[in-house]
Design a protein around this ligand. Structure first.
Ligand code: DX5
Ligand code: ZN
Length: 222
């Protein structure tokens, strides 16, 4: 993995929502590559977070791509709304989707980047037939639903397997990791083949501030 090409995607789940615009602008100034928006419905995961109105509010605040991680049941019902709100990529879970190919094609028809997400207990092999159609794979390194959880180390061999599959089937496809990513775990995931790192609490929850946290995270993988 070319470490210089590693991208950072701050997750606003850990941001101060009373100052969301400022915090996103600060992350952009500090060199963020994209902004990760975690959408939870209290059904697919046991937590409720934010909806399209947040994407709409952030759209004029940043030039960075807004990637939307849909931890919701029936994502097809909301794709158009998030696309209209200004999402640049729509990441949908493999779990619970009986018609994933249709969902992915719909995302592409909306002119958005399509990503497929797999949970910690889901094997890499489920990606085999959909990989050719997506721009991005997101390997969850915690169980989805909450920020500030411990990184699950047993996901590392899977990240390696997904990297191998990408090189064989869809070179250029992003391999992103999400959950428990900090300056200790980030280098492990990059060594395993990740090239996009989502981080919430390690960026927005840092005592020294967003810029210092991002610098430390980047240094950990250089
Ligand atoms: C978890 C979310 C993550 C979360 C990561 O369900 O998908 O994006 O914000 O938070 P940290 O980096 O604190 O583990
Ligand atoms: Zn996420």
């Amino acid at each position: 993995m070319d470490k210089a090409a590693v991208k950072l995607a701050p997750s606003i789940l850990a941001a101060d929502f009373a100052r969301l615009g400022e915090q996103v602008a600060e992350a952009e100034r500090a060199g963020a590559d994209r902004i990760h928006v975690d959408v939870m419905d209290g059904h697919f995961v046991p937590n409720i977070s934010m909806g399209p109105v947040i994407v709409q509010s952030l759209r004029p605040v940043t030039r960075l791509p807004l990637e939307t991680h849909l931890m919701i049941s029936d994502p097809d019902l909301y794709l158009d709304e998030f696309a209209e709100a200004g999402s640049d990529s729509l990441l949908v879970h493999w779990e619970g989707n009986n018609n994933l190919h249709r969902t992915v094609q719909r995302v592409k028809a909306l002119g958005k980047r399509a990503g497929v997400v797999i949970n910690p207990a889901t094997p890499a092999s489920v990606l085999e037939e959909i990989l050719q159609d997506v721009d991005q794979v997101l390997v969850m390194t915690v169980n989805p639903g909450f920020g500030h959880q411990h990184f699950i180390h047993t996901t590392l061999p899977k990240i390696r397997r997904v990297r191998q599959m990408i090189e064989q089937i869809k070179p250029g496809c992003d391999l992103e990791v999400d959950g428990g990513i900090d300056a200790t775990t980030a280098p492990l995931t990059v060594d395993a083949g990740a090239n996009v790192l989502v981080a919430g609490s390690a960026i927005f929850g840092d005592n020294e501030g967003i810029a210092a946290a991002m610098k430390r995270l980047r240094a950990s993988v250089d």
